[in-house]
Design a protein around this ligand. Structure first.
Ligand code: F0G
Length: 489
């Protein structure tokens, strides 16, 4: 019998603030490499964490998506997966867990985050619409363009100030949102809050911010605008609310998640993140009619409405992982690991975005390599060199790779806007690494930095491939490749 969710929260005086509340049963190997070999590999595979063969990566922080170690509780639940086509038992377990997590009555499974987003954008968004967000993730940004709508990112001034140390710099900018909503309410079917703000330093979103967005929609609404939450990592954001927002320290993270949800009309989750699974997602809604309108779309793309492209065993793993991933002891340890890693980096002189929260540490590569200009790819360079130094892979999100298009003229590269920071995202897979790994990853970045001005600028390679269409323009980051202008050290 696996231990229950309730047993996992039993009162304790064990040191869960200093060590993980779990132990290891299965471990995973990669192929050992040398510096010489890694240099060759980097050259051969295009100097990018995205293109590196994972078998040669010792510590892999390219993403926290689908990379969690599952628990004994999840693996045992998978053995009970019911693989019947219609109305399988596993759907009942999935639905019960999602309802408990969201407190929303209508649920649709989907095979990952973006297929859930498709249901929302296909059902609610049409050409000419505008979709405000604290900052769209790449896939909702892409869905906007696909539907002929405009993605509008309204991130806060606090985030843009590198010296600002406030805890909720991932918020929607309320004055900007209010002004924008008053002006455009007739053309806004959906407002999206991404919790936490993945593309902007992983910064958390406060409860007060979600409430304020809701209040503005309610006050100025002209067409039944819906508030949707992109909740891939909401559990980890809940831990930040519990720690740093007044009034939440005595609530459980599950209670905090449910309160966030109470202000929304619906949510979509890539469960590959905070729900501790390798594949899966869902949409949850308050409104029955919207749920019904989404159903045929789900059947056309993912499968019947009780499996959404997932096998019964995947639904079981999601049901267990969703609740396990919002367990306070586990979240406390998760943030402790993020803090440990942030300190390991800072003590070696690596500049990071502060505070480091939730699921990743973001390096400020512009500050680490001041001799490179934004469009010379300081993050692309530093991330590639860190792999050469010690087999550590990460994701460069600098202006070279992630400059955003001018939404009024998206195909015009001359109008690309540089990023606010030249970031490398070090996204931490859940339950996979421990202190010596974090020390080594920090060491790789520090050694890479120590080459200083010997580290070369990067430039875009002109590839022989058709240009992306306007409807696909948000996905350019997956197709652009880069090279150094001179040999890496
Ligand atoms: N929303 C957010 C905030 C995400 O970070 C992601 C994926 C998605 C939606 C889409 O989910 O991949 O399951 O389709 N983020 C991954 C990452 C890919 O590395 O940040 P998906």
């Amino acid at each position: 019998m696996r231990i229950s969710d309730k047993e996992m929260m039993a009162l304790t005086d064990l040191p869960f603030d200093k060590a993980p509340p779990y132990r290891i049963k299965t471990v995973e190997y990669t192929i050992p490499t040398t510096r010489e070999l890694r240099k060759e590999i980097m050259k051969k595979y295009g100097y990018s964490g995205r293109l590196l063969p994972a078998k040669y990566v010792y510590i892999n922080m390219v993403t926290d998506s689908g990379t969690a170690a599952m628990s004994d509780r999840q693996w045992s639940a998978m053995m009970l997966g019911d693989e019947s086509y219609f109305e399988c038992r596993s759907y009942e377990n999935f639905e019960e867990a999602v309802k408990l997590f969201t407190n929303m009555p209508y649920v649709l499974p989907c095979h990952q985050g973006r297929s859930g987003e498709y249901l929302i954008y296909e059902t609610l968004v049409k050409e000419g619409d505008k979709i405000p967000s604290n900052t769209h993730f790449t896939t909702t940004h892409a869905w906007c363009y696909h539907k002929g709508a405009e993605p509008v990112d309204l991130l806060t001034e606090e985030y843009l100030d590198p010296d600002n140390k406030s805890w909720f710099k991932g918020n929607m900018d309320i004055p900007k949102f209010e002004a924008y909503f008053i002006e455009n309410a007739e053309n806004i079917p959906v407002v999206e809050i991404v919790i936490p703000n993945n593309l902007n330093g992983g910064q958390p979103v406060s409860m007060a911010n979600i409430k304020a967005v809701r209040a503005i929609i309610d006050k100025y609404d002209k067409r039944g605008t819906k508030l949707y939450l992109d909740v891939a990592r909401i559990s980890e954001n809940a831990w930040m609310i519990k720690q740093h927002e007044p009034g939440y320290k005595d609530k459980t993270c599950l209670e905090i998640v449910r309160e966030c949800m109470s202000y929304a009309d619906g949510c979509h989750m890539s469960s590959k993140k905070a729900a501790l699974i390798n594949m899966g997602g869902f949409v949850a809604l308050r409104d029955r009619e919207t749920w019904q309108r989404m159903q045929p779309k789900l059947i056309r793309t993912d499968g019947y409405i009780t499996y959404g492209g997932l096998s019964g065993r995947d639904l079981e793993a999601l049901a267990v992982g969703l609740i396990e991933g919002v367990n306070d002891y586990y979240l406390q340890d998760r943030q402790r690991q993020v803090d440990y890693f942030a300190n390991a980096l800072k003590s070696r002189g690596v500049h990071i975005i502060e505070p480091a929260c939730c699921f990743a540490v973001y390096v400020d590569a512009g500050k680490c390599l001041p001799h490179l200009k934004p469009l010379e790819g300081p993050a692309t360079c530093l991330s590639a060199q860190a792999y050469i130094e010690g087999g550590f892979a990460s994701t460069a999100m600098d202006s070279l790779q992630r400059a955003r298009e001018d939404t009024s003229d998206p195909l015009n590269d001359a109008k690309l806007k540089t990023a606010p920071y030249e970031l490398i995202r070090l996204a931490i897979p859940r339950r996979a690494y421990f202190e010596p790994h974090y020390d080594w990853a920090a060491e790789c970045l520090a050694r890479a930095m120590s080459h200083g001005t010997k580290l070369p600028a990067f430039r875009k390679i002109k590839e022989d491939r058709p240009a992306l269409e306007k409807s696909e323009i948000g996905l350019r980051t997956f197709f652009d490749n880069f090279e150094p202008v001179s040999e890496m050290p």
